[in-house]
Write a protein that binds this ligand. Structure first.
Ligand SMILES: NC(=O)c1ccc[n+]([C@@H]2O[C@H](COP(=O)([O-])OP(=O)(O)OC[C@H]3O[C@@H](n4cnc5c(N)ncnc54)[C@H](OP(=O)(O)O)[C@@H]3O)[C@@H](O)[C@H]2O)c1
Length: 249
């Protein structure tokens, strides 16, 4: 039986990464329940797939009981939420969009008590660090840059807090949730290609590596579906970057 036999709940399916996750999960024959604000923004083609169920709702104001129903019986939740790049999206509510979603999913799982822990796969960023200084210490300039970023941009703060919620708070000893925080570097368009995954950060923020949306989507789908990938990475915050040399070879 597939590790994703119960299907996947997808948050952010109308986004650049989420849309690719949606297509890839469906291509692999797995059922998806997408919770979106507007079905009209879903990728064309995916909407007609019988394995897709669309829930049109605003996650930020969704009652706990409704989310609980959507998660019930599912094997995994993939979260590709991100703040819209506009003045309102970056600085308006909900400033804790991603953290709030992560906490709400953990709460739903705690009340559902599934026999197998729910997999929660969170899209994050290399600007997010692991707890207890597990990552290589960044240089003083980079640390200052990240501090300014978090002070000025609520979404940067939200990403760190969402990861912290899993690694050091509600997700840390959760009996019914296992998680992976996926940290891409500088995101770009392009077809799926070879990529590498690392336990910690590998590049300076000022000399960023590239990561294609399509590769992030592939890795997240692998985590949702493949047992070996899950065992390798659960409870960790892998960094994913394109393998440029392998793609050229
Ligand atoms: N490492 C990097 O370089 C890097 C770069 C960019 C992003 N990231 C991180 O990766 C994640 C996803 O990035 P992306 O570029 O794929 O995102 P994106 O294309 O901007 O998509 C964001 C998704 O979140 C949804 N969303 C936004 N505000 C919402 C709200 N208030 N309520 C419910 N849904 C909402 C959007 O839905 P609508 O269609 O309804 O707006 C959309 O589906 C983000 O957390 C981001 O911080 C990392």
């Amino acid at each position: 039986m597939s590790a994703a036999a119960g299907g996947v709940v997808l948050l952010g399916a109308t986004g650049r990464t989420g849309g690719r996750v949606l297509r890839q999960v469906l291509e692999r024959g797995v059922a998806v329940r997408a919770i979106v604000r507007s079905a009209a923004r879903l990728p064309p083609g995916a909407v007609a797939d019988a394995r897709l169920t669309v829930v049109e709702a605003d996650l930020a104001s969704m009652p706990a009981e409704a989310l609980r129903r959507h998660v019930e019986g599912r094997s995994a939740v993939i979260c590709c939420l991100g703040h819209t790049v506009s003045l309102r999206g970056l600085f308006g509510p909900p400033r804790d969009l991603v953290e709030g979603a992560v906490r709400a999913v953990c709460e739903a799982a705690a009340s559902l008590r599934p026999a197998t822990p729910l997999r929660l796969i969170l899209m994050s960023s290399v600007s997010v660090h692991r707890p207890a200084r597990a990552d290589v210490r960044r240089g003083a300039g980079e640390r200052a840059f990240v501090r300014v970023l978090r002070a000025l941009l609520p979404p940067a703060r939200d990403n760190q807090r969402a990861a912290d919620a899993l690694a050091s708070d509600v997700g840390a000893e959760h009996p019914f949730v296992e998680w992976v925080v996926v940290r891409p570097d500088s995101l770009s368009e392009g077809d799926p290609s070879a990529y590498r995954t690392h336990e910690g950060i590998v590049s300076s923020l000022f000399r960023a590596d590239g990561t294609r949306f399509a590769n992030v989507a592939h890795f997240m789908v692998e985590l949702a579906i493949e047992e070996a990938a899950w065992r390798r990475w659960r409870g960790q915050m892998p960094v994913i970057v394109d393998d440029v040399a392998a793609s050229r070879a």
